[in-house]
Design a protein. Structure first.
Length: 105
């Protein structure tokens, strides 16, 4: 946690921001992996003979790609939720300032 005089909502804000950055990095890594898998599938389709082994490998790659796309979707949803929470925390952090300004006016 923060120091003795620091507001707990700012600690939560910093922690959420750190998680958000980590999740964004992870989302980027999964996207790169998905694009790599798609490129491998496309290359395999171009260069393979239509044997049973090749078709099985192609199906495996397509399933892997589908699983990664699902994970990306989940990560995007979670990222969106975190961004919403971050916005809420920012509003909460600024709310006391707005009340102080209104009281002084």
């Amino acid at each position: 946690m923060g120091s003795a005089g620091e507001r707990p909502d700012l600690d939560a804000f910093r922690e959420l921001e750190e998680v958000l950055h980590h999740l964004a990095d992870e989302l980027g890594a999964w996207r790169r992996r998905a694009l790599t898998a798609e490129a491998r599938v496309a290359e395999t389709q171009r260069s393979m003979d239509v044997g049973d082994t090749s078709m099985l490998r192609l199906r495996e790659l397509e399933e892997e790609n589908h699983a990664m796309e699902q994970r990306l979707g989940t990560a995007r949803t979670r990222l969106s939720e975190l961004v919403s929470r971050l916005g809420f925390l920012e509003e909460q952090a600024h709310a006391p300032e707005a009340r102080n300004h209104a009281a002084k006016a």
